[in-house]
Design a protein. Structure first.
Length: 361
């Protein structure tokens, strides 16, 4: 029996989102229905609404969520009704060339639910990142459900499902930040602060936060930034060198997605250091760097997809650290809101005042 629930939908490009009745089918083979308990508001949701991802309106928004598995379809063994899960948007296939090479964190064929959720009139919905969790319940592929310790509050836990994982993973997985390393993070929004937090738990000796907004830099200190640079006032490359005996950092993480800040990250790193790009550029952007510098400075230029995370490995581990008081997830929850306040939260996000508004259901 399908069920009717409430959900937040972007019906058309640029229009305010609205609350709609959503029809959730019973889970089919390999699928699960999850009762959503909390879901963070991310820039990607706004991007969908603005038509920046694709034109497959209407979109059922929301994708940084935690909840309880309500029912599972045929053949599902990895989760069962009652399990507390974080939803991930990269359900690993186990069969593609990357999975077969033992690198499931890069899986090239991740999957979502096969059946569609619909509006009451039968219009098929496109769930944001294959999740769609600004909704009382959602239908996902069972592999998108990652079991974690139910002692973790859903509003904090759900954030690991996207932006916070991307930032932490950019530091610990992609950048391989280690004990004693020096790190610079460009951009101190949700993703950049998570990269700062990731660097802190990895044991970095110096963590330099770079932003153009002093309020964001103050916030960065609460996550573990040891130094801050307002790059609208001083030259960030020179300042970072000054903080590191004239050398630059071991790992420079770009968490904005702009060519100019990528260039700053490129030059702010020490010889043989690593640049990690976790900010997402737009398709028009181009970058020009002296070719000789790419060779001469050595090291690695890496991109971080979803923090190169493997949800089954990283989510439970990070939740355990959170429950031990060693990982600050609560700091990312700027406010909790009702389901019908998503549009308002988009405006706050554009204003830059919040890291995450989180819908609690
Ligand atoms: N130099 C330094 N900091 C900048 C600059 C700049 N030129 N432009 C913007 N910033 C800062 C903003 O002040 C803000 O604190 O970058 C931060 C960006 O934060 P958010 O807008 O909150 O974005 P966030 O959710 O952290 O995502 C950052 O990562 O995953 C990607 O798509 C995401 O590209 C986006 C990036
Ligand atoms: Zn795969
Ligand atoms: Zn997101």
């Amino acid at each position: 029996m399908s069920q009717e629930v409430r959900g937040i939908v972007a019906m058309a490009k640029g229009e305010p989102v609205s609350m709609q009745t959503i029809i959730i089918p019973d889970p089919g083979p390999g699928e699960a229905v999850v009762k959503v308990q909390a879901c963070g508001v991310c820039h990607t949701d706004l991007h969908y609404r603005e038509g920046g991802i694709n034109d497959e309106f209407p979109f059922l928004l929301g994708h940084e969520a935690a909840g309880i598995v309500e029912s599972v379809g045929e053949g599902v063994t990895q989760v069962a009704p009652g399990d507390y899960v974080i939803l991930n948007w990269r359900a690993v296939c186990g069969e593609c060339r990357s999975c077969l090479k033992g690198k499931p964190q890069y899986c090239f064929d991740t999957h979502n639910a096969t059946q569609k959720m619909t509006l009451a009139d039968g219009t098929e919905l496109s769930p944001a990142l294959g999740i769609g969790a600004f909704c009382d319940k959602t239908l996902v592929a069972a592999g998108q459900c990652t079991k974690v310790d139910p002692a973790a509050k859903p509003e904090a836990a759900g954030l690991l499902g996207c932006g916070v994982m991307a930032g932490i993973g950019a530091a610990i997985n992609t950048g391989e930040v280690g004990r004693g390393d020096t790190v610079a993070v460009f951009g101190c929004g949700g993703v950049g602060n998570a990269a700062i937090e990731g660097s802190r738990i990895a044991g970095a000796a110096k963590i330099i936060a770079v932003d153009i907004d002093d309020a964001k830099l103050e916030l960065a200190k609460t996550f573990g930034a040891t130094h801050t640079v307002n790059s609208s006032k001083v030259d960030p490359v020179e300042t970072i060198r000054g903080f590191t005996d004239g050398n630059g950092v071991d790992v420079a993480i770009e968490a904005i997605g702009l060519p100019q800040t990528y260039e700053q990250a490129f030059y702010a790193r020490d010889l043989a250091g690593t640049v990690v790009l976790v900010g997402v550029p737009n398709p028009e952007m181009k970058i020009e760097l002296p070719y000789i510098e790419m060779f001469g400075r050595g090291g690695a230029l890496k991109s971080s997809w979803y923090g190169d995370c493997l949800p089954s490995r990283d989510f439970p581990m990070l939740i355990d650290l959170y429950l031990q008081g060693r990982l600050n997830l609560d700091g990312f929850v700027s406010e909790t809101i009702e389901l019908d306040q998503v549009e308002e939260a988009f405006h706050k996000m554009e204003g830059g005042g919040v890291l995450r508004s989180v819908v609690v259901l």
